[in-house]
Design a protein around this ligand. Sequence first.
Ligand SMILES: Nc1ncnc2c1ncn2[C@@H]1O[C@H](COP(=O)(O)OP(=O)(O)OP(=O)(O)O)[C@@H](O)[C@H]1O
Ligand SMILES: Nc1nc2c(c(=O)[nH]1)N[C@H]1C(S)=C(S)[C@@H](COP(=O)(O)O)O[C@H]1N2
Length: 199
Amino acid sequence: MNTSTAPAPTLATVRIGLVSTSDRASAGAYVDEGIPALRQWLGQAVRNPLHFEERLIPDEQPLIEATLIELADRAHCDLVLTTGGTGPAPRDVTPEATLAVADRLMPGFGEQMRQISLHFVPTAILSRQVGVIRGRTLILNLPGRPRAIAETLGGLKNTETGEVIAHGIFAAVPYCLDLIGAACIETIPEACQAFRPGK
Ligand SMILES: Nc1ncnc2c1ncn2[C@@H]1O[C@H](COP(=O)(O)OP(=O)(O)OP(=O)(O)O)[C@@H](O)[C@H]1O
Ligand SMILES: Nc1nc2c(c(=O)[nH]1)N[C@H]1C(S)=C(S)[C@@H](COP(=O)(O)O)O[C@H]1N2
């Protein structure tokens, strides 16, 4: 009798670009909390080994565009998450930069993030955040307030019953990456219940 158990499938390393756009954090006026918050959330939600490419840059559209292109085309990131610069202030240009490098738009990500964020702040509708695909890379804008990262990626649950009040957008990220031929992500269900139709 063969009692050996099948080896656990090896999970691919997921390459993730983390881009914090903030004039003040990049100039050292305050310490950037965006990239650490992104790293922390992803670390507790994803089972795969993670390789991060981190960039802290000012709100300059040409620089944001060049950074996104570099992360998608040369660093071969499966996913790029930006934080900051999505509001209506004149120097908020992350959505413009993201749209400028896009092959295809994924409007549902922005729509869902604004829906989720309305559970936390009435100013959620001020974020112009977008989601796009460039080649085999999914690029998503998150708002700049560090706490907005867990709010939009993870969503909102009733703390007593565990019932989901608003699905975080990360639940849709693994299937989106499957469909564009990027890395296969396995999530940790307690943090994020990824949804793949038919599974
Ligand atoms: N990367 C960051 N690290 C820490 N705190 C941040 C960061 N980005 C934003 N915040 C906080 O959230 C607030 C609102 O963010 P917002 O993106 O509107 O900043 P801002 O006014 O555009 O300035 P800046 O681009 O210089 O961060 C900031 O005033 C700051 O307290
Ligand atoms: N989840 C969440 N979404 C949020 C916020 C927040 O605190 N939490 N702040 C809002 C505010 S006040 C603004 S101005 C916009 C744009 O923020 P940004 O320019 O820092 O990207 O995001 C909005 N979305």
